[in-house]
Design a protein around this ligand. Structure first.
Ligand SMILES: CC(C)(COP(=O)(O)OP(=O)(O)OC[C@H]1O[C@@H](n2cnc3c(N)ncnc32)[C@H](O)[C@@H]1OP(=O)(O)O)[C@@H](O)C(=O)NCCC(=O)NCCS
Length: 168
Protein backbone atom coordinates (compact mmCIF):
# COMPACT_ATOMS: atom_id res chain seq x y z
CA UNK A 1 0.00 0.00 0.00
CA UNK A 2 1.19 3.55 -0.68
CA UNK A 3 1.81 4.41 2.98
CA UNK A 4 5.44 4.67 4.10
CA UNK A 5 7.19 5.77 7.29
CA UNK A 6 7.36 9.55 7.78
CA UNK A 7 10.86 11.05 7.96
CA UNK A 8 12.10 14.54 8.89
CA UNK A 9 12.25 15.80 5.28
CA UNK A 10 8.49 15.12 5.03
CA UNK A 11 7.67 17.59 7.81
CA UNK A 12 7.32 20.71 5.65
CA UNK A 13 4.83 18.94 3.40
CA UNK A 14 2.99 17.41 6.38
CA UNK A 15 2.66 20.87 7.93
CA UNK A 16 1.33 22.21 4.61
CA UNK A 17 -1.24 19.41 4.44
CA UNK A 18 -2.24 19.94 8.07
CA UNK A 19 -2.79 23.66 7.45
CA UNK A 20 -4.88 22.96 4.35
CA UNK A 21 -6.95 20.11 5.81
CA UNK A 22 -7.38 21.27 9.41
CA UNK A 23 -8.09 24.95 8.84
CA UNK A 24 -9.89 25.18 12.21
CA UNK A 25 -7.24 23.23 14.18
CA UNK A 26 -3.82 24.68 13.27
CA UNK A 27 -0.76 23.05 14.80
CA UNK A 28 2.80 24.36 14.73
CA UNK A 29 5.56 22.55 12.89
CA UNK A 30 7.39 22.03 16.21
CA UNK A 31 4.41 20.13 17.57
CA UNK A 32 4.26 17.82 14.55
CA UNK A 33 8.04 17.38 14.56
CA UNK A 34 8.02 16.41 18.22
CA UNK A 35 5.53 13.57 17.50
CA UNK A 36 7.91 12.23 14.86
CA UNK A 37 10.89 12.56 17.16
CA UNK A 38 9.17 10.87 20.12
CA UNK A 39 7.48 8.02 18.27
CA UNK A 40 8.61 7.64 14.63
CA UNK A 41 7.08 4.17 14.33
CA UNK A 42 3.66 5.80 14.71
CA UNK A 43 4.12 8.38 11.92
CA UNK A 44 3.28 7.62 8.29
CA UNK A 45 2.76 9.44 5.00
CA UNK A 46 0.65 8.51 1.99
CA UNK A 47 2.27 8.97 -1.42
CA UNK A 48 0.37 9.17 -4.67
CA UNK A 49 1.93 10.06 -8.00
CA UNK A 50 5.22 10.94 -6.31
CA UNK A 51 3.72 13.42 -3.90
CA UNK A 52 2.68 13.17 -0.26
CA UNK A 53 -1.11 13.55 -0.07
CA UNK A 54 -1.82 12.38 3.45
CA UNK A 55 -0.35 11.59 6.83
CA UNK A 56 -1.05 9.74 10.07
CA UNK A 57 0.34 10.67 13.51
CA UNK A 58 -0.12 8.15 16.33
CA UNK A 59 1.59 7.32 19.64
CA UNK A 60 1.12 5.60 23.00
CA UNK A 61 -0.70 7.78 25.53
CA UNK A 62 -2.85 7.90 28.69
CA UNK A 63 -6.45 6.82 28.20
CA UNK A 64 -9.06 9.57 28.70
CA UNK A 65 -6.50 12.40 28.65
CA UNK A 66 -6.27 13.50 25.01
CA UNK A 67 -3.35 15.92 24.56
CA UNK A 68 -4.38 19.57 24.05
CA UNK A 69 -4.17 20.65 20.41
CA UNK A 70 -1.02 22.41 19.28
CA UNK A 71 0.97 21.50 22.38
CA UNK A 72 4.06 19.35 22.67
CA UNK A 73 3.66 16.00 24.39
CA UNK A 74 7.00 16.38 26.23
CA UNK A 75 7.39 12.63 26.35
CA UNK A 76 5.59 9.34 25.99
CA UNK A 77 4.09 8.16 29.32
CA UNK A 78 6.18 5.43 30.97
CA UNK A 79 3.06 3.31 31.45
CA UNK A 80 0.74 4.22 28.56
CA UNK A 81 -2.86 2.99 28.76
CA UNK A 82 -4.03 3.63 25.20
CA UNK A 83 -2.62 3.79 21.70
CA UNK A 84 -3.68 7.24 20.53
CA UNK A 85 -4.45 8.33 16.97
CA UNK A 86 -3.65 12.02 16.92
CA UNK A 87 -4.62 12.51 13.29
CA UNK A 88 -5.24 10.79 9.98
CA UNK A 89 -5.68 13.36 7.22
CA UNK A 90 -5.77 13.08 3.44
CA UNK A 91 -6.13 15.71 0.73
CA UNK A 92 -9.55 15.36 -0.94
CA UNK A 93 -8.02 13.67 -4.03
CA UNK A 94 -6.61 10.86 -1.88
CA UNK A 95 -9.89 10.09 -0.11
CA UNK A 96 -12.48 7.44 -0.81
CA UNK A 97 -9.95 4.78 -1.87
CA UNK A 98 -9.62 2.91 1.41
CA UNK A 99 -6.24 4.45 2.29
CA UNK A 100 -7.41 5.84 5.62
CA UNK A 101 -8.98 2.52 6.60
CA UNK A 102 -5.72 0.77 5.57
CA UNK A 103 -3.52 2.89 7.80
CA UNK A 104 -5.99 2.61 10.68
CA UNK A 105 -5.74 -1.19 10.42
CA UNK A 106 -1.96 -1.05 10.21
CA UNK A 107 -1.92 1.14 13.32
CA UNK A 108 -4.25 -1.28 15.12
CA UNK A 109 -1.92 -4.19 14.29
CA UNK A 110 1.07 -2.24 15.55
CA UNK A 111 -0.72 -1.32 18.79
CA UNK A 112 -1.86 -4.90 19.34
CA UNK A 113 1.65 -6.20 18.75
CA UNK A 114 2.94 -3.72 21.36
CA UNK A 115 0.45 -5.09 23.89
CA UNK A 116 -2.16 -2.31 23.83
CA UNK A 117 -5.77 -3.32 24.51
CA UNK A 118 -7.40 -0.24 22.99
CA UNK A 119 -7.04 2.54 20.44
CA UNK A 120 -8.47 5.98 21.17
CA UNK A 121 -8.82 9.32 19.42
CA UNK A 122 -10.80 12.53 19.32
CA UNK A 123 -13.01 12.55 16.23
CA UNK A 124 -13.38 15.98 14.61
CA UNK A 125 -14.57 17.44 11.29
CA UNK A 126 -17.58 15.14 11.14
CA UNK A 127 -15.33 12.07 11.00
CA UNK A 128 -17.24 10.18 13.72
CA UNK A 129 -19.10 7.93 11.23
CA UNK A 130 -15.82 7.04 9.51
CA UNK A 131 -14.32 5.89 12.80
CA UNK A 132 -17.48 3.98 13.71
CA UNK A 133 -17.10 2.00 10.48
CA UNK A 134 -13.66 0.98 11.73
CA UNK A 135 -14.98 -0.35 15.03
CA UNK A 136 -14.65 2.76 17.23
CA UNK A 137 -17.37 3.75 19.70
CA UNK A 138 -17.98 7.11 21.40
CA UNK A 139 -16.94 7.07 25.04
CA UNK A 140 -18.05 9.58 27.67
CA UNK A 141 -15.29 10.38 30.16
CA UNK A 142 -16.54 12.51 33.08
CA UNK A 143 -14.82 15.89 33.25
CA UNK A 144 -13.56 15.79 29.67
CA UNK A 145 -16.36 17.85 28.13
CA UNK A 146 -14.66 21.27 28.40
CA UNK A 147 -11.35 20.01 27.08
CA UNK A 148 -13.07 18.39 24.11
CA UNK A 149 -14.72 21.70 23.22
CA UNK A 150 -11.25 23.09 22.45
CA UNK A 151 -11.15 20.55 19.59
CA UNK A 152 -14.43 21.87 18.16
CA UNK A 153 -18.12 21.56 18.93
CA UNK A 154 -18.46 18.09 17.33
CA UNK A 155 -15.36 16.60 19.03
CA UNK A 156 -15.98 13.11 20.42
CA UNK A 157 -13.66 10.79 22.33
CA UNK A 158 -13.76 7.41 20.60
CA UNK A 159 -12.35 4.04 21.58
CA UNK A 160 -11.75 0.75 19.79
CA UNK A 161 -11.30 -2.41 21.82
CA UNK A 162 -8.32 -4.36 20.48
CA UNK A 163 -9.06 -7.48 22.47
CA UNK A 164 -11.95 -8.48 20.19
CA UNK A 165 -11.52 -9.65 16.60
CA UNK A 166 -11.35 -7.33 13.57
CA UNK A 167 -13.15 -4.14 12.61
CA UNK A 168 -16.92 -3.54 12.33
C1 LIG B 1 -11.67 11.03 7.60
C2 LIG B 1 -10.78 10.66 6.41
C3 LIG B 1 -9.37 10.37 6.91
C4 LIG B 1 -11.37 9.42 5.71
O1 LIG B 1 -10.60 9.14 4.57
P1 LIG B 1 -11.15 8.26 3.34
O2 LIG B 1 -10.04 8.09 2.39
O3 LIG B 1 -12.39 8.83 2.81
O4 LIG B 1 -11.47 6.89 4.04
P2 LIG B 1 -11.56 5.46 3.37
O5 LIG B 1 -11.62 5.56 1.89
O6 LIG B 1 -10.47 4.62 3.94
O7 LIG B 1 -12.99 4.99 3.92
C5 LIG B 1 -13.20 3.83 4.71
C6 LIG B 1 -14.68 3.67 4.89
O8 LIG B 1 -15.22 4.76 5.65
C7 LIG B 1 -16.25 5.41 4.89
N1 LIG B 1 -16.14 6.85 5.19
C8 LIG B 1 -15.10 7.67 4.93
N2 LIG B 1 -15.35 8.91 5.41
C9 LIG B 1 -16.59 8.86 5.97
C10 LIG B 1 -17.41 9.80 6.64
N3 LIG B 1 -17.02 11.07 6.84
N4 LIG B 1 -18.62 9.38 7.10
C11 LIG B 1 -19.05 8.11 6.92
N5 LIG B 1 -18.30 7.15 6.30
C12 LIG B 1 -17.10 7.53 5.83
C13 LIG B 1 -15.94 5.08 3.45
O9 LIG B 1 -17.10 5.14 2.65
C14 LIG B 1 -15.44 3.65 3.58
O10 LIG B 1 -16.52 2.75 3.73
P3 LIG B 1 -16.48 1.27 3.07
O11 LIG B 1 -15.35 0.53 3.76
O12 LIG B 1 -17.82 0.70 3.37
O13 LIG B 1 -16.21 1.47 1.62
C15 LIG B 1 -10.75 11.81 5.37
O14 LIG B 1 -12.06 12.17 5.04
C16 LIG B 1 -9.99 13.05 5.83
O15 LIG B 1 -8.78 13.17 5.66
N6 LIG B 1 -10.72 14.02 6.42
C17 LIG B 1 -10.12 15.28 6.87
C18 LIG B 1 -9.22 15.06 8.08
C19 LIG B 1 -9.99 14.51 9.25
O16 LIG B 1 -11.02 15.03 9.65
N7 LIG B 1 -9.43 13.46 9.85
C20 LIG B 1 -9.99 12.83 11.03
C21 LIG B 1 -9.45 13.52 12.23
S1 LIG B 1 -10.06 12.73 13.71
Amino acid sequence: MPWRPMTSPDLDRVQELADRIHVDHPEDRDVLAERLELYPEGCHVLEEGGSVVGYALTHPWTFGEPPPLNERLRGIPPVPTTYYIHDVALLPGGRGKGHAADIAERVAEHARSEGFTNLSLVAVNGSRRFWERLGFRAEAVPGLETKLLSYGSDATLMVRDLTTAGRR
